[in-house]
Design a protein around this ligand. Structure first.
Ligand SMILES: [Zn+2]
Length: 340
């Protein structure tokens, strides 16, 4: 079969990735529409470069309603100076910018979930074009890739950095070393429910050192989790030899991270009922197999028994459904096992 030749990306960066210094600019993505015939989506980005060295690609708001990464990266973009860098840092605080502007997980333009749209298409929807640009233009520039997620409006997590089990064990070790360097309160060996189309998978298949996070949720950022993100980003840049300031980001001692594992699909509990959720365990609390995690009360009438959802494994509650009402199919709890 002849190799498929893809069209060039329609996205134009307004910065020169090979120029030394700090550049604030945009990825300009043409988007013709009713209110702007020759308009564009303008995705903010910053490039900080100082000579030769490794490149870090840092992204937030891959999902538009996740805020720790966006806050930490807008802050980093505004404060990082080239003299503190050896190599290059590419900062995109809000990767799916239309979704970020709308405060929603997916794009209001095409309903695209960016983290299910990889490797993307240069001739596809706006979200597919963003994915394609990252897959073909930005990821190849990077040695280290960090994508900062949180739970968004519908999930809440104990704060963790994470990497995946990979076929290339050298690469896997590099990823977990970067997770350890991030030094979130928890570090996760992460199992994905549905890895098809993920940025993570695309970066990993290109051999990159890839770190992701889940740092809270509920469609907002908390002071604690934002501080974890700010500190973690700098910790990883220092670990990679790119940031050379030689001190902890804000002077706070970093407690030892607790390692969690997701050994199988038994970690997840999915609602088979719709109704009012009664949390029986809070995030971070220990659970034993068989413990009650949550009850779902039918809301159509009184007098009906709630459905019970129990842990299948020993561990801690690592994630939970955030809103008070649930629908059948919602992920209501994730139990992470604690590594000794
Ligand atoms: Zn996310």
């Amino acid at each position: 079969m002849a190799p498929v030749t893809l069209a060039p990306s329609p996205i134009t960066p307004t910065v020169d990735f090979d120029r030394d210094g700090v550049q604030h600019g945009f990825l300009r993505l043409p988007y013709s529409r009713d209110d702007s015939a020759w308009g564009s989506v303008m995705i903010p980005l910053t490039v900080v470069r100082n000579g030769c060295g490794p490149t870090a690609l840092l992204t937030g708001a891959n999902h538009g309603d996740e805020y720790e990464g966006a806050v930490a990266l807008f802050d980093l973009a505004q404060t990082l100076t080239a003299d503190r860098v050896a190599g290059r840092v590419i900062i995109v605080p809000a990767m799916n910018y239309p979704a970020f502007q709308a405060g929603t997980r997916t794009s209001p333009i095409d309903k695209g979930n960016l983290n299910r749209s990889f490797p993307g298409r240069p001739d596809g929807t706006v979200t597919q074009k963003i994915a394609d640009y990252f897959a073909r233009e930005l990821l190849p520039l990077a040695d280290l890739v960090m994508d900062i997620h949180s739970g968004g409006r519908t999930l809440d997590f104990v704060p963790f950095a994470a990497a995946h089990i990979l076929p290339d064990k050298d690469q896997e070790a590099r990823c977990f070393a970067a997770v350890a360097a991030f030094a979130a309160p928890f570090s996760m060996r992460m199992l994905e429910i549905d890895a098809v189309g993920m940025y993570d998978t695309t970066a990993e298949e290109l051999g990159k050192t890839f770190v992701t996070t889940e740092l809270g949720g509920g469609g907002t950022g908390r002071a604690e989790t934002i501080a974890i993100a700010k500190r973690g980003v700098r910790n990883v840049l220092r670990h990679a030899g790119i940031l050379a300031d030689g001190q902890a980001a804000d002077g706070q001692p970093v407690e030892a991270s607790r390692w969690l594992d997701m050994p199988s699909g038994d970690c997840f509990r999915f609602a088979e009922d719709s109704g009012l959720i009664e949390a029986c365990v809070d995030l971070g609390q220990p659970v034993r197999a068989g413990d009650l995690l949550a009850r779902i009360h039918p809301i159509g009438r009184t007098g009906l028994a709630p459905a019970e959802y129990r842990a299948a494994l020993d561990g801690i509650l690592a994630a939970r459904h955030f809103p008070g009402l649930v629908k059948a199919g919602d992920c209501i709890a994730v139990v992470g096992t604690v590594e000794s």
